[in-house]
Design a binder for this molecule. Structure first.
Ligand SMILES: [Zn+2]
Length: 153
């Protein structure tokens, strides 16, 4: 089945959003595809210079004016809080089936289960170096990226 909004992750072969820079399943970095590369080559000159000047604007702004218009990536404060979470992400709009794989571990990419969107899971361990969470859902236990999890109310 093909879906124009998704592509295959180079590492884990899962369907991921086409625009994803990092795989939401295994967090592997995704390079620019051949199509993107050709597009960049054709667009060339003027657009590139606009982009470059915008980038230099942003970097000069961020040096002097940190609070305004500076993108700060989300950073977890301290250890991930263990407990009950729900599987939620805007990324589900782009993936099918709407579920997240559970892996043996961050480095051992053996699929040991999967959890669907809105599923309630228990986070029992946290791998801070990789921002990975060990979750239990029913009979299943495995690791997944913590980005998929939202603390249950
Ligand atoms: Zn992946």
């Amino acid at each position: 089945m093909t879906n124009e909004q998704t592509k295959k992750c180079k590492e884990c072969q899962m369907d991921i959003p086409k625009k994803a820079r990092r795989c939401p399943h295994c967090r592997a970095k995704q390079g620019i595809g051949l199509g993107g590369l050709i597009l960049i080559l054709f667009l060339g000159g003027s657009i590139l210079s606009v982009v470059m000047s915008t980038i230099s604007d942003i970097s000069s702004t961020s040096n002097t004016n940190y609070d305004v218009g500076t993108y700060v990536p989300p950073v977890r404060e301290g250890a991930f809080e263990l407990g009950t979470y729900k599987v939620e992400s805007t990324e589900f709009a782009y993936i099918n089936p709407k579920e997240v794989n559970l892996w043996q571990s961050y480095s051992d990419r053996k699929k040991v289960g999967s959890v669907k969107e809105h599923a309630v899971v228990e986070v029992t361990a946290y791998d801070e170096a990789n921002d990975y969470c060990k979750v239990t859902a029913g009979e299943q236990t495995g690791w997944t990226a913590c980005n998929w999890l939202v603390k249950a109310e």
